[in-house]
Design a protein around this ligand. Structure first.
Ligand code: PHE
Length: 337
């Protein structure tokens, strides 16, 4: 009996020392318990007097082996954790994948800035459709069919009376038709012309402004543009109005700003003149007011329209309009806030 116990102790302890997993240890324990049961079943062959002493030996043996199992379980658990940590190890010195955050396009930045400036002066935003009728884009703006001024805007026609709007001025008509003065709106949007060179693109953006009320004069336009120029460029930027022609304004003006590059002395940007042309404007032609049901003997108004790309090019010193549409991120990321 004693030999059997010693043999089982040796066998179990040797196997235990070599077991490195919780599962292996569990299986070994089951094997040990089965063997122990076998030994205990031999008790019935002993003489009665020897049984208590033998029982004591078996119990002590069982207890000591179980303690060893417990101790080994702790060691094995630690070994398993270490293995798991090693397999899940992350090399934090490896270069990571970096994701670039997007930013607003310079056209959007300038558009938002314009909206900020003019809404500070009480203008509300109105957005008209990009596909317009011939009537809103031309006829109602005092430019009937066969009017020579249609030549100024090379147009993409979609159908006889349907076109891609060539100017946000079409929105003036839509607003005046539905609202009664006082009117003070700002209309940003995409416009289209069959034009293509370093400073012109078949698609570009305009910002239209329209004010209609009693007693509006050209001086109001000039004062408002002076405020806009100071806010958009520098506090010393000056405004100059030159006579011009648009069918929908009378009188019409071309608006120049003093050159932001040379401050008016004359440089390459302003072609030596000290001034840069930025927008067209004028007093709303009385025929346009009449076309929209606004009484020109009671109300007067002014309108202006500027190219957003042009403002962006002047503000950021961009010399080719195409760079604004190529979406080369090396170019665009220079404008991130
Ligand atoms: N719509 C004109 C253009 O595109 C600009 C303009 C707007 C002129 C409003 C006068 C008044 O050239």
């Amino acid at each position: 009996m004693k030999e059997k116990i010693e043999a089982l102790r040796l066998e179990t302890e040797t196997a235990m020392a070599q077991t490195e997993t919780g599962r292996g240890l569990y299986e070994l324990k089951v094997k040990f318990q089965t063997a122990l049961k076998g030994i205990m079943s031999g008790m019935k062959d002993l003489v009665k007097e020897d049984r208590p002493a033998f029982g004591k030996i078996v119990n002590e043996f069982k207890q000591s082996i179980e303690e060893k199992f417990e101790a080994r379980a702790l060691v094995v658990r630690e070994m398993e954790m270490q293995k798991k940590y090693a397999s899940e190890r992350v090399d934090i010195t490896m270069p990571g994948k970096s994701y670039k955050a997007g930013a607003l396009h310079p056209i959007t930045l300038v558009k938002n800035e314009l909206i900020d400036i003019f809404s500070g002066m009480g203008f509300k935003v109105f957005e008209g459709p990009e596909i317009e009728t011939d009537y809103y884009n031309f006829t109602a703006l005092n430019t009937p069919k066969d009017h020579p001024a249609r030549d100024m805007q090379d147009t993409f026609y979609l159908a006889e009376n349907l076109l891609l709007r060539t100017q946000t001025s079409a929105g003036q008509i839509r607003v005046m038709e539905k609202d009664t003065p006082p009117i003070k709106i700002l209309s940003p949007g995409r416009v289209f012309r069959s034009d293509d060179d370093a400073t012109h693109s078949p698609m570009f953006h305009q910002m239209e402004g329209l004010v209609v009320d009693k007693g509006i004069t050209l001086c109001d336009l000039q004062g408002m543009l002076a405020e806009f120029a100071r806010k958009m460029f520098t506090s010393s930027t000056k405004v100059r109005l030159r006579p011009s022609y648009f069918p929908f304004t009378e009188p019409s003006v071309e608006v120049d700003l003093s050159c932001s590059e040379c401050g008016g002395k004359g440089c390459r940007l302003c072609k030596g003149t000290g001034w840069i042309e930025v927008l067209g404007a004028g007093m709303v032609n009385r025929h346009v007011l009449e076309n929209c049901g606004v009484d020109p003997d009671v109300y007067t108004g002014f309108a202006f329209g500027m190219g957003i790309e042009r403002i962006a090019m002047l503000k950021y010193g961009i010399n080719n309009i195409k760079t604004l549409f190529e979406n080369d991120t090396r170019f665009l990321e220079q404008f991130e806030d």
